[in-house]
Design a protein. Structure first.
Length: 392
């Protein structure tokens, strides 16, 4: 008679792929890792910077001495995004030239570091990563989580591959159904990935907090945010509101852009303001604000909505192509305004701050419930191998 012993296998190895172009991809990966840990799931999550794996192939660094993600972040900080939609095919052309080399490097990586599940939180490289996973470990599931509200085809997020896609809007899910290979596994979650701190905001004394920032309770307070790199647009926004008769005050979050923060602090004007550099307390700042002004980034717009703030964003030729749908989404959902230029900001604020209008906007914002950060681990769990094995 044979004896069978039930043993626990090694913990599943899950690779989260991100890069630091814009910061939102790392933030989404980190947020997911934290929620998975808080749920005490028996998984080993490895956060992998795709730039590090492909560093030997970075043609941009060879030509300029800077990594591609460093160039991208510099352009964001300077606001040099005009023509970005036209430059995208050029970038995709370079990626295609190096496609075989990328697949070779990635295949070697996954042959040496065997995962049980690969999760991509980056665009543009999903074809190479998918092919490399299939070459190194054919049975390993491959997942792409769109950290944008919609794809910007072709070859941005969604490829013609039989894999799993996780989408945060109906539009993205429809794009996946139209472009992915037959048999692709498509999941619609309730929004973008947000850090769990946006669901764990403790009560705050709003009046005392505003006074702490040198602001006054009772005056409409706008939060101005342009991602982790900031933007020179924030100077324009401050100047336009300061030159208007509007009775508002501003919280200006500049991220890592200390030069911008210094310029804003030096601005002298009639309106009250508080300027902050890099901070992890964005939910606390949003908690004492009344409305949001910024670029239509999927993260910042979703954060503002989660915190109950109507939004004002700008959409024009300078808007990153993958973020243009987000501005349309704001209008479709009726949660704010999408302007062709911040030259229209003062009239937009005058309309928004009419009490009846503001109340309607807040009602629509409150009706949007985003639980994606808690829904995604459940999807990933179903893709992993069985947690127990039987050994003789």
């Amino acid at each position: 008679m044979k004896d069978y012993v039930c043993t626990l296998p090694k913990r599943p190895q899950i690779h989260f792929l991100f890069f630091d172009a814009g910061g939102g991809h790392r933030a989404a990966a980190t947020a997911l890792q934290q929620v998975i840990a808080s749920q005490e799931r028996p998984w080993d999550i490895q956060l992998i910077d795709l730039q590090d794996v492909l560093d030997e192939l970075d043609i941009f660094r060879k030509l300029t001495g800077l990594r591609l993600e460093e160039i991208y972040n510099h352009l964001l900080a300077k606001g040099w995004t005009l023509g970005s939609a036209q430059l995208l095919p050029l970038m995709h052309g370079i990626i295609r030239i190096y496609h075989r080399a990328q697949v070779r490097v990635l295949t070697r990586y996954w042959t040496e570091n065997r995962p049980d599940l690969v999760v991509s939180l980056v665009p543009n490289f999903n074809r190479a990563m998918f092919q490399a996973v299939r070459a190194a470990a054919p049975a390993v599931p491959y997942v792409t989580i769109l950290t944008d509200m919609a794809d910007y085809p072709p070859h941005f997020w969604i490829e013609n591959q039989r894999q799993t896609f996780i989408c945060g809007t109906d539009t993205a899910a429809e794009q996946a159904r139209a472009a992915a290979a037959p048999g692709a596994d498509i999941h619609r979650v309730s929004g973008m990935i947000l850090h769990p701190r946006f669901y764990e905001v403790p009560p705050v004394d709003r009046a005392a907090t505003l006074r702490q920032y040198g602001l006054e309770p009772g005056i409409p307070t706008g939060l101005v945010l342009f991602g982790g790199e900031g933007s020179s647009k924030m100077l324009e926004i401050y100047d336009r509101i300061n030159a208007s008769p509007l009775n508002v005050q501003l919280l200006l979050l500049c991220g890592k852009n200390e030069k911008l923060a210094a310029k804003l602090r030096a601005r002298q004007g009639r309106i009250r303001k508080h300027v902050e550099g890099f901070t992890r307390q964005v939910p606390a700042f949003m908690q004492v604000a009344d409305f949001f002004i910024g670029k239509p980034g999927p993260g910042s717009v979703s954060e503002a909505i989660q915190m109950g703030l109507p939004v004002i964003v700008e959409k024009n030729a300078w808007t990153l192509p993958q973020e243009r749908f987000n501005a349309d989404w704001v209008k479709q959902q009726g949660v704010g305004e999408s302007l062709s230029s911040f030259s229209q900001l003062v009239p937009a604020l005058e309309r928004m701050l009419v009490p009846e209008t503001l109340e309607k906007l807040r009602g629509r914002v409150a009706a949007i419930e985003n639980r994606a950060i808690f829904e995604i681990p459940e999807i990933l769990a179903k893709l992993l191998p069985s947690p127990h094995t039987m050994q003789k």
